[in-house]
Design a protein around this ligand. Sequence first.
Ligand code: CO
Length: 134
Amino acid sequence: MIGRLNHVAIAVPDLAAAVAQYRDTLGARVSAPDALPEHGVTVVFVTLANTKIELLEPLGAGSPIANFLERNPAGGVHHLCYEVDDIIAARDQLEAGGAHVLGDGEPKLGAHGKPVIFLHPKDFCGTLIELEQA
Ligand code: CO
């Protein structure tokens, strides 16, 4: 079902500092920040040869990554994003198998303007998984 690793997301308390690390210290290509109020985050993408790193900073009250950063004040790996060919078919198959889709189960438009869903970490080795329509 799953295809390529689309990105690894890292929640950070200070996006400017994280950008400086990836761009200046690690020498990576880094996008401009993109505020996504409907997701409660500001995102920057680091483009690598084989995948991307998504740096996430909380945006606004009730950000979905606020609790994570309370538990991990220095930041940390927040989720992995895998591509799927058909997100509705993938969701239906996973739900039928007992997996828990977060929210109302309906895909939302993610940071790349493509439909995404999130799967509860308890079902997948303690790791939050994002599925993105390829
Ligand atoms: Co993501």
